[in-house]
Design a protein around this ligand. Structure first.
Ligand code: URA
Length: 212
């Protein structure tokens, strides 16, 4: 059986402080976007903890030595459009050579099933460590579908990162893709009747892009 994925909820004070600022309704679009990048960077630092290293021979001004560097630059960041884009720059600040794929989904108004309207992934996606990013894990429908699509295209090594998750979304994602590690900045109470996370921060896409 494949390794069971873990759910990590961050308790770092900087992350908690920044997420609280993002929740506040008076936080401006500019501040919200900057905070999203900062939180992505802080979370990404931990989510990349298991990237493989290799030994390299180098020479310092003092002596030759063996030291560690990343084994490959085989990372892909895959935002779920559009709110996931808010996490990309923060992750790229950590792993500037990562490739970036994009997945766009819409929900069928009658069946409520997610449908893919856009998907462009790196060609060698099967070799890459993939970080799927979406700020809000609400019902889990989009995350489950996005990861289904990535797996159909050969993606194997997948991690999911979000800002705020509802218990319903965590459960759905873990049930559908039990091997995946899930990184969450804050776990909230529940979903309301419109599938918004409570207390949440509202619509993450609107808050990032000033559309409302
Ligand atoms: N998507 C959002 O942007 N916010 C929520 O609360 C739920 C889903």
């Amino acid at each position: 059986m494949e390794r069971e994925g873990k759910v990590y909820v961050f308790d770092h004070p900087l992350i908690q402080h920044k997420v609280s600022l993002m929740r506040m309704k008076e936080t401006s679009v500019k501040e919200f976007r900057e905070l999203a990048q900062e939180v992505a960077m802080l979370m990404g630092f931990e989510a990349t903890r298991n990237l493989p290293l290799k030994d390299v021979e180098i020479e310092t001004p003092i002596t030759k030595t063996t030291t560690k560097m990343l084994e490959g630059e085989d990372i892909a960041i895959v935002p779920i459009l559009r709110a996931g884009l808010g996490f990309v720059d923060g992750m790229l600040a950590l792993v500037p050579n990562a490739k970036v794929g994009h997945i766009g989904l819409y929900r069928d108004p009658e069946t409520h099933e997610p449908h893919e309207y856009y998907c462009k992934l790196p060609k060698d996606v099967e070799k890459r460590q993939i970080f799927v990013v979406d700020p809000m894990l609400a019902t889990g429908g989009s995350a489950v579908a996005a990861i289904d699509f990535i797996k159909q295209r050969g993606g194997k090594n997948i991690t999911f990162m979000c800002l705020i998750a509802a218990p319903e979304g965590i459960r759905a994602l873990h049930e559908a893709h039990p091997e995946i590690d899930i990184y969450i900045a804050a776990k909230d109470d529940h979903l309301d009747e419109n599938a918004y996370i409570v207390p949440g921060l509202g619509d993450a896409g609107d808050r990032l892009y000033g559309t409302k």
